[in-house]
Design a protein around this ligand. Sequence first.
Ligand code: URA
Length: 190
Amino acid sequence: MSCTDCPRRYDPTPHTYQGTQQDILVVGEAPGYQEYQRGEPFVGQSGRLLRRAFEYYHIPLDRVAFTNLVSCWPGPGNPKPTARVISSCAAYNLEPLIALAQPRIILAVGSLAIKYFTGKILSVMAYQSTEIERDHHLIRIFSVVHPAAVLRYPATYRVMFLAQIKYVAQYLTDMVQSQIPTALFKLDGK
Ligand code: URA
């Protein structure tokens, strides 16, 4: 499966992640026009809201990587990517990125991302979290209402959005606290 198998390839320069291991991988749907222009995921209004919410709940941004199910901008009007586009693109971009970043947490942004990871159609308002395995590595999948929906319908989604980010922040804190701080016991450089 390669990028050129995709029936809806639109962007001549799809974003591919270059980073390293991260605790949290944010997986959205597809880049919007601003992301397409800048060649980076989540740099428009939705991304700004997401980053601000992370900062508010003390999730360090340098422990977070951002990507999408689909790497190319879907074109004018941002049509939803089809199952075929998602599967051909994710095999080529998202899955190698998961192998590289080895995240402990994936934050699925919106219901298409939840469906990708769980195989089920679940409401983003009701979904809690599940664990999946990739290369003998357990990853907890959380979800969040798409920030674009929060910006559009704040009265409906704002409270839920913040509660979901807070839930992830709590999980991350518990995860860090349960790790044995070996560096603490290394005295005199030994
Ligand atoms: N919405 C997404 O799902 N992904 C982005 O990168 C930007 C907006």
